[in-house]
Design a protein around this ligand. Structure first.
Ligand SMILES: [Zn+2]
Length: 455
């Protein structure tokens, strides 16, 4: 396996403003770095892997900025849930049943599912840490997948569940959170010694539900995350019909606690002054279209946030509800925005409210900016890390492609993703996930066993 890769004759959708979209273009990767984007590049060595990208789109990997990866085994469980149902059943019941091995498999399989669909970087808001062993397993599962990401240590305490049919309870420590403060420090020291942007997996922090706990606790927890050197601190805020008008962003702004390390998920009820404060602080928004629209969390605010100059991005949220497929989220958020701007009343629109390229940028470069990684990933730019997705356009559904950005947003799906590189390493080739420490079939078998539900 060579350390250089040459994509030949691709349609490059770079998301780099200077490069734009270029047809019949080559992209050279050397030692994990995108070294050249130009037509007719010569292979630098005999062992360069050459990929014929004729009739295929090469784009930057997607960046998922809000994910609870541990819910992979609960696929389809929340499909008809409101947020209240979700809190009762998932956060207070299923979550308590997870063993460390369940968490390992969930994070491994969840991240593999992302890679399969062209997502090369994710923020894991990990609130399944029922014991220190769960925290170790969560990090190890993500690492084994080879995805780029930020593991955000979650302080939320699942209540102890003692039904012997489902769990013997031995894996659960307590729902008192204080031990997690020390354990977060342990995880940071043991598993994230350098915690630099260039590290494939970084340490982040997720306070207890920031709008459901006393304010001073939230503020202390944010400071704790920062004192541990968390790359990102994240939390759910201003959730549409569930909003309690706490206006946490306003409070953080007043106390000068906003910063570029903060990623706010959801936020449909954010006010204008809060969006302005987020912009000024360089903080970011993550909209999660499927769960927000379904569960009563309001309309995704990403486009509005971007209009106010904020960094806006997209998250999958939970695969208990929807697949880790950014294609679907882009499509849903874009069309919902177009509908909400116009509705069905006259006069008919003179132009659409948002364009496909806008949502594609949020799903790639916007996510990279949100995670403080836009100097490393999020676009096909020489000097950046090679987080790349090759989408084949051989199917009838993608024949012909007159506009490649529109093809990615409105037509493509995970089955069209042929090749994925993360940091220059192939994690999917010829439409198949590359094996990790275990083969994909071995992982699937164990994962099936771990998914058995006896409600
Ligand atoms: Zn969430």
């Amino acid at each position: 396996m060579g350390s250089s890769w040459l994509f030949r004759n691709a349609t490059v959708v770079s998301i780099d403003e200077k490069i734009g979209t270029v047809k019949n273009c080559d992209v050279l990767v050397q030692d994990s770095i995108i070294s050249e984007v130009a037509p007719n590049i010569s292979a630098p060595s005999d062992d360069t892997v050459i990929i014929d990208a004729t009739n295929a789109i090469l784009s930057p990997g997607f960046v998922d900025t809000h994910r609870h990866t541990w819910q992979t085994q609960l696929r389809t469980v929340t499909g008809d849930f409101t947020l209240t149902d979700y809190a009762i059943h998932i956060r207070n019941r299923y979550g308590s049943c997870y063993t460390p091995e369940d968490v390992y498999l969930a994070n491994l399989c969840g991240a593999l599912e992302s890679l399969d669909a062209g997502t090369t970087c994710l923020l894991d808001h990990c609130h399944i840490l029922n014991s220190p062993a769960h925290a170790d397993a969560a990090v190890d599962g993500l690492r084994a997948s080879r995805i780029r990401g930020t593991f955000c240590y979650g302080l939320y305490g699942n209540p102890v569940f003692s039904d012997p049919k489902i769990s013997d309870g031995t894996a659960l420590v307590t729902d008192n959170q204080d031990w997690r403060h020390d354990d977060a420090r342990r995880i940071r020291e043991e598993k994230f010694q350098s915690n630099k942007a260039e590290d494939l997996l970084r340490f982040g922090f997720a306070p207890t539900e920031v709008e459901r706990t006393p304010l001073e606790q939230t503020l202390n927890e944010i400071q704790l995350g920062r004192s541990l050197g968390a790359a990102i601190v994240t939390g759910h805020i201003a959730m549409g019909s569930y909003d309690r008008e706490l206006h946490l962003v306003r409070i953080l702004a007043e106390r000068k606690l906003l910063g570029p390390d903060l990623v706010f998920s959801h936020g449909a009820a954010l006010l204008e002054d809060e969006l302005k404060a987020i912009k000024e602080a360089g903080a970011a928004i993550s909209s999660t279209p499927d769960t927000e629209l379904q569960m009563g969390m309001g309309q995704p605010i990403a486009f509005e946030a971007e209009k106010h100059g904020c960094t806006a991005s997209i998250g999958i949220d939970i695969t208990s509800n929807n697949p880790a497929d950014m294609f679907g989220q882009m499509r849903l958020m874009l069309q919902q925005k177009r509908y909400s701007e116009v509705g069905s009343a006259p006069p008919p629109p003179r132009k659409v409210a948002a364009r496909c390229e806008d949502v594609l940028r949020m799903a790639t470069l916007g996510g990279a900016k949100a995670l403080g990684l836009s100097h490393l990933t999020g676009s096909i730019t020489p000097g950046k890390r090679a987080d790349l997705v090759l989408t084949r356009c051989d199917s009838l559904r993608l024949t012909p492609v007159h506009d490649p950005a529109i093809a990615l947003v409105l037509y493509a799906n995970a089955s069209d993703v042929d090749t994925v590189l993360v940091d220059g390493v192939p994690v999917k080739r010829d439409g198949k996930l590359a094996p990790t420490e275990r083969t994909v079939e071995e992982v699937r078998r164990e994962y099936n066993g771990s998914s058995e539900i006896d409600p």
